[in-house]
Design a protein around this ligand. Structure first.
Ligand code: GNR
Ligand code: NI
Length: 188
């Protein structure tokens, strides 16, 4: 098991469309385990592979509130095969858009089809927080983010704030490198 680094805005890899998994092999099972550990540690209730910079259609979800209530879902190639007309609103957050929360309306209930760890096709119905999280994760697989559902004004405000923070981090990193060069090459 290993903790994987979670990528955040404005990392352009978050906009990639993830590729179908053709075979559930040992590498995929290892990735699922590492993603679950990474999600619990974050902590979060869902994680898509693209958030750890792997563009494969793989998701882990666990909406259990305590360690005793843990019941992880491992979703490979997940799809929504039915969605209710009724919508429900949820105050969403995202590990790749840290410290920003806003309300998003999505279908209140969905039926999800996916492959399990044995490579078998499964289906389940979801409502409430689970329905929201699964749809939030499927959006990641298309290169989407929950902020894409907000007004353009709100979305652009969030994107600009993260772009500016990244520029500031870059300046600080450059100053540090200048003040304390790691090697002769770094200085040159
Ligand atoms: O941890 C998470 N919480 C959350 C809350 C409301 C709606 C969606 C989510 S998913 C998020 C983790 C994450 O970023 N998954 O992609
Ligand atoms: Ni997310």
């Amino acid at each position: 098991m290993a903790l994987l680094p979670i990528i955040t805005l404005p990392d352009p890899r978050l906009r990639k469309v993830s590729q179908l998994v053709e075979r559930v092999d040992a590498e995929i099972l290892q990735l699922l385990d590492d993603m679950l550990e990474t999600m619990y540690e974050a902590p979060g209730v869902g994680l898509a592979a693209i958030q750890v910079a792997v563009a494969r259609r793989i998701v882990v979800v666990d909406i259990g509130k305590t360690e005793e209530e843990r019941s992880p879902l491992f979703l490979i190639n997940p799809e929504v095969v039915w969605a209710s007309e009724e919508l429900s609103s949820y105050n969403e957050g995202c590990l790749s858009v840290p410290d920003y929360f806003d309300d998003v309306k999505r279908p209140a209930r969905v039926r999800v089809r996916h492959l399990d760890r044995a490579g078998e096709m499964q289906e389940f119905d979801a409502e409430g927080l689970l329905a929201t999280v699964v749809q939030h994760e499927l959006e990641h697989l298309e290169g989407g983010l929950f902020i894409d559902n907000l007004s353009r004004l709100k979305r652009e405000r969030v994107v600009k704030k993260f772009a500016k923070a990244a520029r500031m981090d870059e300046i600080v990193a450059q100053r540090r490198a200048q003040a304390a060069p790691q090697s002769e090459e770094a200085e040159a």
